[in-house]
Design a protein around this ligand. Structure first.
Ligand SMILES: [Zn+2]
Length: 686
């Protein structure tokens, strides 16, 4: 197998032999094998067609390629190199085309339909019935059931949408990159934190706009540069300049996204109509918990209504604060003043500096506390193994055993930034094990990665509270995979509806806000003391600061996304959707003078991908409702209660997509989700 190392199926992956030069041969072989297997299934003579020879065989046919490709794309995320990128891009088109073709294979589809109509199918139960229904839905959603002309049209819609959304995202990126602000007068940088100032100086030097002898500071519209600038810089005129530039991203030639938005919306509406749906939101949501666009919209509107009173109060408070601070008459703020005065208000209300928490969050301490929590709540034992190959010396490898000492799965953890690693934090999986038909069980293999604060020469890695939440969050996704007890691998773990997948991850974050659990892992790295009560109180108070405004921002974004994809015809003929769209969400926006445009022309979540978050932005809030509500059981029964933990594993974590998520939630809570817990947590309950 050494000449095709990516096809090696060993559980303990030998990363050292997975070289860039072996990618193409491995993937090409896997593609050939998969194609051959699919041809065999699709050309079965009808009298031999069974659930096993068709659906189970298809699942099996896709596994080797999935395993091999999973390793290639993983390496691309954590050990990028010019050679690997070249190899990846060389095979990517064939891999994408292969996956896109499966559900448009008429012979294969007819064999699957034959199974669905057979007597055998009537007797299918549990996971096998679910698998049949999910497969049918996957194929139908891809257009397998359409007459040939419609199917061809659907394919060309997909291609066109891929191109237009790619263009949209290029516009945003190019417009963002096209702007820079060079400040030569250091006195104008008053207020800016030292780290942001240093980064701006380094950026100016790197771009040949300054030297050490003749310093200047360069700012851009990228978040790490723009956020501290808008939050802390005292100079109003400079903040205005940067804000005005950001408001133009995607809104002016040559990067104007207005025509693309209208076109993308109408193509999506056409796609929905081809597939027999009223609008794109209904198409996207059919298999999610919300089910219908209208239901998602009602949900979002409801949250908006409940936050309205507190939101108005917060806006008034901020205006009053600025008037007092500047000794000027009461008036709406300018858009470039919001972040700045919010921060000033926060400091004056809470005297709380997030940085004060860092010494309590040493990364190894946090992780060992998290493992203790996993033992107490979920009955898991997690041990590190140092005799296993990893892809980088910083990476750690762990084994998880359950109460019965069964090895349920293993995982890699790779927490700090490297140049060859992509940004952000994520969980992924490399091998899906789980129960087999004949009764045995294989372990799962997953990974969690991040770009957390790294150790420095004089201190260990001391994290922010948000970074601690990130570790807990990704660990929740990881448990969803590793604790899966699903016989059909493609239905295991995180392969669930989009508006359900964040429940296991977000619920874990709740343990970062309880004193009882913080005391397990938040210990001062020098004195070993727990977080003092007054610091904890400040942290909790600051948590709800301007929470209605943040909620309202999410409401406005989700509502824009939904109304564009529900009432598309109102918008798709407009040369610019902004004025009408803005009028529909105005009550959710912070009143400013001048009024701020919406983000619709740089809303990459919704327009940078043929589907992406389109009609799905509401999921953020939806998942928060689920996690806040589910956590109330732990609050009530004890945050370390092993019985509650076992119930969560049994009803949610072990189930993956084996059943309808609404039912899984009901199995855990004994009822449907209730919005109240989220409102309480956000300080918005009345
Ligand atoms: Zn997540």
């Amino acid at each position: 197998m050494t000449e095709l190392p990516f096809l090696d199926t060993a559980f303990e992956i030998r990363w050292s032999i997975l070289t860039a030069s072996s990618v193409e041969a491995s993937i090409n072989q896997a593609l050939l094998d998969a194609e051959k297997a699919i041809t065999q299934i699709a050309s079965q003579s009808p009298e031999f067609v069974t659930y096993k020879t068709t659906l189970l065989a298809l699942e099996e046919a896709l596994e080797p390629l999935g395993l091999a490709w999973g390793k290639v794309s993983h390496l691309q995320s954590v050990s990028d190199s010019p050679e690997l990128r070249k190899a990846y891009n060389a095979v990517l088109p064939q891999v994408s085309a292969f996956y896109a073709k499966i559900r448009l294979n008429p012979a294969l589809w007819s064999r699957i339909k034959q199974v669905a109509q057979s007597d055998e199918a009537k007797n299918l139960q549990g996971i096998h019935l679910r698998f049949l229904n999910e497969t049918l839905a996957d194929f139908k959603e891809a257009g397998a059931d359409l007459p040939e002309t419609s199917r061809i049209r659907l394919e060309s819609l997909q291609t066109e949408l891929a191109e237009l959304t790619q263009k949209y995202s290029e516009h945003v990126l190019d417009a963002t990159n096209a702007f820079e602000l060079i400040v030569e007068d250091e006195s104008r940088l008053k207020g800016l934190p030292e780290h942001a100032k240093r980064a701006a100086l380094e950026s100016a030097i790197a771009k040949n706009k300054a030297t050490k002898e003749k310093p200047a500071w360069r700012f851009t519209l990228h978040a790490p540069s723009m956020e501290p600038f808008m939050t802390y810089l005292e100079d109003d005129a400079l903040r205005e300049t940067l804000w005005r530039a950001s408001a133009e991203v995607g809104a002016v030639a040559p990067y104007d996204n207005a025509p693309l938005i209208a076109k993308i919306l109408s193509l999506r509406a056409e796609k929905a109509a081809l597939l027999g749906k009223l609008h794109f939101a209904d198409l996207v949501l059919e298999r999610r918990m919300a089910k219908k666009g209208a239901a998602a919209l009602t949900f979002v509107e409801d949250i908006g209504k409940r936050a309205e009173k507190a939101f108005k109060e917060e806006c008034a408070t901020l205006e009053a604060f600025k008037a007092a601070y500047k000794k000027t008459p009461l008036a709406p703020l300018a858009p470039w003043e919001i972040a700045f005065y919010s921060e000033k208000l926060r400091q004056s209300n809470y005297a709380f500096d997030e940085e004060a928490l860092r010494p309590y969050f040493e990364v190894n301490q946090v992780i060992s506390g998290l493992f203790t929590l996993a033992t107490r709540v979920f009955g898991l034992t997690i041990t590190e193994r140092k005799d296993v190959e990893v892809w980088h010396p910083e990476v750690k490898f762990y084994e998880i055993r359950n109460q019965a000492k069964v090895h349920v799965g293993s995982f890699y953890a790779d927490w700090h930034p490297r140049e060859s690693k992509r940004g952000g934090a994520w969980m992924n999986y490399l091998i899906t094990g789980g129960p087999k038909a004949e009764g045995s069980r294989l372990p799962h293999l997953g990974l969690i990665c991040g770009n957390l604060t790294a150790p420095s020469s004089d201190a260990p890695a001391l994290l922010t509270h948000r970074e601690v939440e990130t570790i807990f969050h990704e660990f929740g996704h990881l448990l969803h995979h590793l604790l899966g007890e699903v016989e059909i691998k493609s239905l295991n773990g995180v392969n669930v509806a989009w508006d359900f997948v964040e429940l296991p991850s977000q619920i874990m974050e709740n343990w970062c806000w309880e004193k009882e659990s913080l005391d397990l892992f938040a210990r001062h790295y020098q004195s070993n003391e727990v977080i003092p009560d007054d610091l904890f109180k400040k942290m909790m108070a600051a948590k709800q600061f301007r929470s209605a405004s943040m909620t309202m921002r999410q409401v406005a974004l989700a509502k824009m996304d939904l109304i564009l994809h529900i009432s598309t015809s109102e918008f798709s003929t407009l040369s610019d959707v902004e004025p009408l769209l803005r009028s529909k969400v105005e009550k959710h926006l912070i009143p400013t003078k001048p009024p701020a445009p919406t983000v619709i022309k740089r809303f990459t979540h919704v327009f940078a991908d043929p589907v992406g978050y389109a009609a799905g932005y509401y999921s953020y809030k939806w998942a928060e409702v689920l996690d806040a509500d589910a956590f109330t059981r732990f609050k009530k029964e004890g945050i370390f209660n092993p019985k509650t933990g076992a119930d969560f594993v049994r009803t949610i974590l072990s189930k993956g997509n084996a059943e309808d998520p609404a039912k899984l939630f009901r199995d855990f809570m004994g009822r449907d989700p209730d919005i109240q817990a989220l409102l309480t947590r956000a300080g918005l309950s009345t």
